[in-house]
Design a protein around this ligand. Structure first.
Ligand SMILES: Nc1ncnc2c1ncn2[C@@H]1O[C@H](COP(=O)(O)OP(=O)(O)OP(=O)(O)O)[C@@H](O)[C@H]1O
Length: 260
């Protein structure tokens, strides 16, 4: 164990070692270790303010940790900016929309396939244009938006926009896909489709999911990390998480987990 703590295993897609993050007086993340294997489906759960999104931001490189080490695909990326991590094969969604609202669904997917994101514009004319358009339309079908490919994003429902965000992250063909509350605000039917999309992901994609909808999270995940107050407090399989008293104490009453 001591050897794996200091020498990254090549089999590890993501490893966080002793990660801390402070925002002024707020100690948002406290000594978090995380090890995610290739192809794994991991859910990160926890009540509001537990530190889940901060951990996502530390993984994708929105800001560095106050201390500790982040390794992606076997490389130390602790100080590497987000765009370089994206180029290594990391793709993520955010709690708040980062879509291009004034252009169509297909054009959003096309730009994502091209490697352009709202924060990092890099438009390069490509001979592969027809191929990328084809990928964009195929992804629209996969996420249930094929009837809306020509519609402006601003005219989509909230649920449709959330699904488009997942499609944009996926069409970039990431090695590591990170979704921050993809089921938030979705209808029951949209949640079912999202769950099916995530369960049906190519086995080569590693998925890390923050999700308050326990039904979606525990169906999709093979392994669950539960956070509270900036720390990892429980890890286990979905069955172990369902049976765990601490999880029930944190979630029961909030209606986020069902009995039995
Ligand atoms: N940029 C920031 N500046 C100051 N405090 C922050 C910042 N980002 C997060 N925090 C604080 O860090 C703590 C953890 O927040 P975080 O958003 O990571 O929790 P979370 O588990 O994702 O919560 P939620 O489920 O509500 O999204 C909270 O106390 C939050 O207010």
């Amino acid at each position: 164990m001591a050897a794996t703590a200091t020498h990254p295993s090549p089999a590890s897609i993501l490893r966080l070692s002793g990660i801390d993050r402070r925002f002024g007086g707020v100690h948002a993340v406290r000594g978090v270790d995380l090890d995610v294997r290739p192809g794994e489906r991991r859910a990160v759960l926890g009540p509001n303010g537990a530190g889940k999104t901060t951990v996502f931001n530390l993984i994708s490189g929105e800001f560095p940790p106050s201390s500790g080490r982040v390794e992606l695909f076997g490389h130390d990326v602790t100080t590497l900016p987000a765009r370089k991590r994206a180029r290594m094969g990391l793709s993520r969604t955010f709690q708040t929309s980062r879509l291009f609202a004034g252009i169509s669904v297909e054009d959003n997917l096309y730009l994502a396939a091209l490697g352009v994101s709202a924060g990092h514009l890099r438009l390069v004319p490509s001979a592969k244009d027809a191929q990328l358009r084809g990928k964009a339309r195929a992804m629209a079908e996969r996420i249930g938006l094929v009837a809306r490919v020509d519609d402006l994003v601003m005219d989509l429902s909230h649920g449709e926009q959330r699904q488009l965000e997942v499609g944009m992250a996926l069409v970039a063909e990431p090695k590591l896909l990170m979704l921050d509350e993809p089921a938030a605000g979705l209808s029951r039917a949209e949640r079912v489709r999202l769950t099916e999309t995530l369960i049906g992901l190519d086995s080569g994609i590693t998925l890390i999911l923050i999700e308050h909808d326990m039904d979606v999270a525990l169906r999709v995940a093979q392994w669950v990390t539960m956070m509270h107050d900036g720390r990892v407090i429980v890890e286990g399989t979905p069955d172990e998480i369902r049976a765990n008293q601490t999880v029930h104490d944190l979630y029961l009453g909030s209606g986020l987990i069902e009995h039995g």
